[in-house]
Design a protein around this ligand. Structure first.
Ligand code: AMP
Length: 280
């Protein structure tokens, strides 16, 4: 695996791959790689001839009170995992300017109204920051396919929308959420959970699943979300939101046959967890 730290070296290697007609699969990450990230790479392998992974903790997507400084950075461990998976290139910019030297030119790139609901309401500007980094990495990489996790459903939705507009030739593939055996969605932030919270955390997914079952016996969205919120709060979760929407993140008509999604964010012992479940 080739590790590249500067934009120039990266661009040169991309040009080389393109000149050889390689199909480029790209998986952007913030590192601290777990099986969720690795599943994205496995999907990329099935859809391309060369795999590129990026590791960049993007400051633009962290708010003032967010965890940018303490975000888990495990570079050496990440590199050995990527080598084991036979990745071809790791782009690990050694400086923010290697990614964002033209940041002023990205002012127009906004996530819009659907970037201001759910997690975007909790973290103003977060999705603008996400789109800026994905846009810049797409410009540099020009991949044929790029893989994103359904765990971050709102992010995936907004990235797809941005890609349709600016990068219509990139095939964005949605990857299923990888969970621990106890149901907890894998996330780099799970490493913040203390001993007590680790035991409680799996209830998050279980309570969301119960909520969906409850919807089968009730047509009231409000009743269902309130029931989920009560159950989460009883188990020491601080609820940021519980929302039942269409998969286009629109208001849901409970009687419609549209695909639906239950999305939630909670805080547990100071750690933010997110999860979602799609259902019909
Ligand atoms: P991150 O490093 O958190 O920015 O995540 C990089 C990519 O991995 C994003 O597309 C995430 O949606 C995806 N991802 C994170 N956790 C999981 C998971 N448990 N299952 C599947 N994909 C995931």
């Amino acid at each position: 695996m080739i590790i590249l730290n500067t934009k120039q070296d990266y661009k040169n290697h991309i040009n080389l791959l393109k000149s050889k007609g390689e199909i480029i699969g790209f998986v952007p990450t913030m590192g601290n790689l777990h099986d969720g990230h690795l599943s994205l790479i496995e999907i990329a392998k099935k859809n391309s001839s060369k795999i590129i992974v990026s590791i960049f903790v993007n400051p633009l997507q962290f708010g003032k009170n967010d965890d940018f400084n303490k975000y888990p950075r495990t570079f050496n461990r990440d590199v050995s995992k990527l080598k084991d998976l036979n990745c071809d290139i790791l782009f690990a910019p050694n400086d923010t300017y290697e990614v964002f030297d033209e940041i002023d030119n990205l002012k127009y790139l906004k996530a819009g109204p659907k970037g201001n609901i759910l997690c975007g309401k909790l973290r103003p500007g977060h999705f603008d920051g996400v789109l800026k980094v994905v846009y810049t990495l797409f410009k540099l990489t020009e991949p044929d396919v790029s893989i994103f996790g359904l765990k971050d459903f709102q992010q995936l939705y907004l990235v797809k929308k941005m890609a349709r507009k600016y990068f219509p030739n990139i095939d964005i593939i949605s990857a299923p959420t990888i969970r621990a055996k106890n149901g907890l969605a894998l996330s780099s932030r799970n490493s913040y959970l203390d001993k007590t919270s680790i035991k409680i955390a799996p209830l998050f997914y279980k309570i969301l699943l119960e909520g969906i079952n409850n919807l089968k016996h009730s047509t009231s969205i409000e009743q269902t979300t309130n029931k989920i919120i009560n159950s989460l709060e009883k188990n020491k979760f601080l609820v940021n939101y519980v929302s039942l929407l269409t998969i286009d993140l629109e208001k849901l008509n409970p009687n419609s046959s549209d695909k639906k999604i239950l999305l939630s964010s909670v805080n547990l012992g100071g750690t933010r967890l997110i999860d979602n479940i799609e259902f019909s």
